[in-house]
Structures are given as C-alpha cells and as structure tokens.
Write a protein that binds this ligand. Structure first.
Ligand code: ZN
Length: 73
C-alpha cells in the first residue's frame, strides 16, 4: 500500500493589520473545518505587532507580502 500523501490544501486570505493597515496574505487550511471560528494571532510584516483575525480554518502560513500588495505610504 502506498503511503497516503499529506496533502495540505490551503487558500490565501488577505488580512489587514489593525495597527498600520498593511494588507498581507495568510494561508489558511481549507476544507477541514476542524478548527472552530476563533481569533488567531498574526504578526504584522510591517510594524511587527500582533493583530487578531478570525477565520473558521487554521492559519498554516504567513503572513506574506504578495507582489500585488503594496505598502501604504
Ligand atoms: Zn502593522
């Protein structure tokens, strides 16, 4: 029997920092719904402060600054 592949499907969600409004992307696990909606802490790429976002799925990566998102002046 082949080993089952650990397949992590994720979706990219855009969030805004509550402190500096910097938009950034996080990866959330999709499809499992094992994680009840809860505030999850993200460390802002720009100002380094924690802010909280609420997703029904677990954040598995990020934040990232995608090319399409620019820093506010
Ligand atoms: Zn920030």
């Amino acid at each position: 029997m082949a080993q089952p592949q650990l397949k992590q499907d994720y979706v990219v969600m855009t969030v805004s920092c509550g402190h500096c409004q910097q938009k950034q992307a996080v990866h959330v696990l999709s499809g499992t719904r094992s994680w009840s909606s809860a505030y999850q802490s993200v460390v802002c790429l720009r100002c380094g402060q924690h802010f909280e976002v609420m997703f029904p799925d677990l954040i598995i990566g990020g934040p990232f600054l995608p090319p399409g998102i620019s820093s506010p002046r």
